[in-house]
Design a protein around this ligand. Structure first.
Ligand SMILES: N[C@@H](CCC(=O)N[C@@H](CS)C(=O)NCC(=O)O)C(=O)O
Length: 117
């Protein structure tokens, strides 16, 4: 398997969800922060204009929930995000766990950085 590549932007809970999942599963990967040309580049590879996008096994996968589900299916040997559910075709359990865990923290961090004391 080629090293997965994540196109992302730093301050975004959707992007943090993808980064968190890769780290949680201990998957060696590369990350590339996209600049103002992100929209054109994203459209070219996925037909939509949002990040994150993960390049995995020759596929360009958009949407953080689909990225998490693809990681669970592609790398079942790595630490499971939803151990009892096994591979999560719908991503429902995974989404719930990430909503409780990653999203509040990143949202809090974003507001802390944005709002002056
Ligand atoms: N459902 C998508 C949402 C992704 C999303 O909204 N990404 C935002 C950054 S937080 C984005 O790239 N927005 C750029 C735009 O709308 O032009 C996911 O879960 O990844």
């Amino acid at each position: 398997m080629d090293t997965p590549l994540l196109w992302h932007i730093p301050l975004s809970h959707f992007n943090e969800k993808a980064r968190w999942a890769l780290d949680y599963k201990g998957i060696a990967h590369r990350r590339q922060v996209l600049g103002p040309d992100y929209l054109v580049r994203a459209w070219r590879v996925t037909g939509q204009g949002k990040l994150p996008i993960l390049f995995l096994d020759g596929r360009a996968i958009n949407d953080s929930t689909r990225i998490v589900a693809a990681l669970e299916v592609t790398l079942p040997g790595a630490t499971a995000i939803s151990p009892r559910a096994g591979p999560a075709p719908t991503g429902t359990r995974t989404r719930r766990r990430l909503r409780r865990g990653a999203r509040p923290g990143t949202t809090r961090g974003a507001y802390h950085a944005d709002i002056p004391p």
